[in-house]
Design a binder for this molecule. Structure first.
Ligand code: CCH
Length: 286
């Protein structure tokens, strides 16, 4: 910006609470899945960010690289629904970067579904050289085991407790046969943020589902809930199981640990203005 009388003129900064409110208005749709786009917006924010590799510094939400070839990575099947939903917001607020928009939408979704306040900072750039775009295979593979989960989350820079807290997001949403091949929700309240994923993991008896689809588990009681092989790994591995037990018992601890880990996830690989302090948004119900 030009300098007038020695002082820099800064562009008026976007009112991100307004952007938050506009995204919040898009969530409910009784004809879509369980009645909300919230879960798929959480998945978009996570898949945009979870490609980060601490060793090389590449991947992560910056660059919004899922606009390119990454959209076709198998793990991202179905996420065009979430990206397309947000397009009118980008038109209305052209100054927000896609990288900020997709991560902010994850924050809106968590908070509007009754989850904790997630501190969020703007400032992700949409520019990233093609050479820094993440290769396919960075996101976890649901058919694998605890060693795979540990390797993937450690690569991002998360410890075991943070990994378990983050995967607790599976209280939300469901698997779609035409996206991942898996089918069904993890809980009976898939559009409300709860610690029920952990409760169900421990309380239900999980049996292999007999079907022609990929290997997954069903609760023996109702047969209407599901767990992925990687979900079951969290109660097979003794260290992970400790945290599953903690979060099943203490919903408030889960909420606050999730909030911290999710905020960290959305920032991985980005460089923020050291002066910028994180924003806390007001849920639209208040
Ligand atoms: Fe996940 N997730 N996720 N997940 N995920 C799927 C759906 C959701 C794995 C696999 C899958 C996290 C970690 C993991 C959500 C949030 C998070 C699906 C079904 C698979 C498969 C996709 C479909 O068919 O639509 C694996 C493996 C791991 C790690 O081990 C983390 C971390 C988060 C967020 C913090 C959400 C939300 C969904 C529901 C999406 C929807 O459309 O309902």
């Amino acid at each position: 910006y030009p300098s007038i009388a020695g002082s820099e003129i800064k562009a008026a900064s976007l009112d991100y609470q307004r952007v938050y409110n506009e995204i919040a208005k898009l969530l409910e749709d009784e004809d879509y899945d369980d009645g909300s786009y919230g879960p798929i917006l959480v998945r978009l924010a996570w898949h945009a960010s979870g490609t980060f590799d601490r060793a090389s510094g590449n991947g992560g939400s910056g660059g919004a690289t899922m606009r390119y070839q990454e959209a076709n990575h198998g793990a991202n099947a179905g996420l065009q629904v979430a990206r397309n939903l947000l397009e009118p917001i980008k038109k209305k607020f052209p100054d927000i970067t896609y990288a900020d928009l997709w991560t902010l939408a994850g924050v809106v979704a968590i908070q509007e579904m009754g989850g904790p306040t997630i501190l969020w900072r703007p400032g992700r750039s949409d520019d990233k050289p093609e050479s820094d775009r993440p290769p396919e295979g960075r996101l976890p593979d649901a058919s694998k085991d605890e060693n795979h989960i540990r390797q993937v989350f450690t690569r991002m820079g998360f410890n075991d407790q943070e990994a378990v807290a983050l995967i607790g997001a599976h209280a939300l949403g469901r698997c779609h046969p035409d996206r991942s091949g898996f089918e069904g929700p993890w809980t009976f309240s898939p559009i409300v943020f709860t610690n029920d994923y952990f409760v169900k993991l421990l309380e239900e008896k999980w049996v292999p589902r007999k079907w022609s689809g990929p290997h997954q588990f069903a609760d023996e009681g109702s047969k209407s809930l599901m767990m992925l092989p990687t979900d079951m790994a969290l109660i097979k591995d003794a260290t992970y199981k400790k945290f599953v037990e903690l979060y099943a018992k203490d919903a408030a601890k889960f909420s606050s640990d999730f909030a911290a880990a999710f905020a960290k996830l959305l920032e991985l690989g980005n460089h923020f203005d050291p002066q910028s302090s994180p924003l806390a948004f007001k849920p639209s119900a208040e």
